[in-house]
Design a protein around this ligand. Structure first.
Ligand code: ADP
Length: 400
């Protein structure tokens, strides 16, 4: 069985063709500058097949982009499947499912309507996802099953005490303002892998999953269910991130807008694009750059990383309290998987709650590994995330 996984943005579209049963990746790539000057990248994973790197392909709309993907995948010389018939289903990453979706769903007319209803919650992302789905229908036909996999769905198990804000209740009942959480596909995937590594059923475990990348979120997972998470109504909440501010005192907004003479649009743009570790360091949003700058004597770069690590440590403590304990802490995504210094800093001082890592094991990269020190009561696991595989697995299960 082969599943095409699509992550559609407003002017770009990432794709992977993979076999969910074996986990084998057949090809991946990217359509960029859709509606502008169309650049197409195709990376077949089979030896001897030719890579296309940002070549010019006219893509006035997402339909031409999907057509370009199809042409490349079935190409006689460099394709990875003989025909479109060998693509059994399509899985779409959809950012926001609101309260309508607590799991992945087969796409129907009704589902499309519900996705439209979620647009106010993710005005930049959901329209692009809808366009991606329509483009696949146009190119592949209505008979190929398509599945929507939501970033928010895994967190729909949060209890009201965790998802409500301290606002007038009507903000929730009339306008759906609440914590939704994101990165759900990643948190779900690594939680499943953690259970496999520990040889236990997810229902027996209390896990804290730290997805630390450009965007970062931490999730408390009790018995396989998300019970709290650090992102909120939007992905701007929680930790200070690459360029996003994370949680802050809402009173700061009025103060800064008055002082700098900014409107709310400019304020939100600063919170999304000029804040976080980029804003504090003045150097970069990339944690590798920050580490290098600190080594070269830039203390603000060091401070930005310290703030980030401290934020993760506090979330681990609070989520252990929320669940009444923790069996394992998981590190995943760019920083979580690679940032040995970050992991060491985040976990130092948590020995009192049974968390202690082994310095040698903490150096190993790129594989699933238990980096706990001998005798530690709580396991610390590094698990490379694979959102595309998770999407393909959900898609295969629903398409069958
Ligand atoms: P995204 O959220 O865009 O998917 P990733 O999960 O790819 O992001 O994470 C990107 C982040 O991972 C970058 O800030 C990058 O610096 C960081 N990263 C990658 N390698 C390392 C490393 N060796 N040490 C620390 N951070 C790293």
């Amino acid at each position: 069985m082969n599943i095409l996984v699509i992550n559609a943005g407003s002017s770009s579209l990432k794709y992977q063709l993979l076999n969910p049963e074996s986990g084998e990746l057949l090809a991946k790539g990217l359509c960029e500058r859709i509606g502008i000057d169309g650049k197409f990248t195709y990376k077949p994973q089979i030896e001897g097949k030719e890579v296309l790197d940002a070549v010019d392909v006219a893509m006035p709309t997402h339909s031409e982009a999907i057509q370009a993907v199809m042409n490349a995948l079935v190409d006689e010389k460099n394709g990875v499947v003989a025909s479109m018939k060998e693509i059994d289903a399509v899985g779409h990453r959809v950012v926001h499912g609101g309260e309508a979706f607590n799991k992945s769903v087969l796409i129907t007319d009704e589902v499309m309507k519900a996705l439209e209803d979620c647009i106010p919650l993710a005005p930049l992302h959901n329209p692009a996802n809808i366009t991606g789905i329509n483009a696949c229908t146009a190119v592949m036909g209505a008979d190929v099953p398509q599945v929507a996999v939501f970033d928010t769905a895994f967190h729909q198990t949060m209890p009201a005490e965790a998802f409500l804000y301290g606002l007038p209740y009507e903000a929730y009942t009339d306008l759906m303002v609440r914590r939704y959480g994101f990165h759900g596909t990643s948190h779900k995937y690594v939680a499943g892998r953690a259970a496999a590594m520990l040889g236990k059923d997810a229902s027996e475990l209390k896990l804290i999953s730290c997805h630390l990348g450009n965007g970062s979120s931490v999730t408390a997972i009790d018995g396989g269910k998300s019970v709290d998470t650090s992102m909120g109504f939007t992905p701007l909440a929680g930790l200070p991130m690459g360029t996003r501010a994370g949680d802050l005192d809402a009173g700061i907004l009025e103060f800064l807008m008055n002082k700098y003479g900014m409107d709310i649009k400019e304020m939100v743009s600063i919170l999304n694009k000029k804040s976080g570790v980029q804003g504090v360091s003045g150097v970069s949003s990339d944690f590798r750059d920050l580490e290098n700058a600190f080594k070269d004597g830039n203390d603000r770069a060091g401070l930005a990383v310290d703030m980030f690590n401290y934020g993760v440590k506090k979330l681990i403590g609070s989520y252990a309290a929320a669940m009444g304990g923790v069996d394992a802490v998981i590190f995943t995504a760019g920083v979580g998987e690679n940032g040995g210094h970050n992991r060491a800093n985040i976990t130092s001082g948590l020995e009192f709650m049974g968390i202690k890592i082994d310095a040698e094991k903490n150096k190993i990269r790129g594989e699933e590994i238990d980096i706990s020190a001998e005798g530690a009561a709580v396991r610390t696991l590094v698990i490379p995330t694979n959102e595309e595989l998770m999407i393909a697995l959900d898609t295969a299960a629903l398409a069958k």
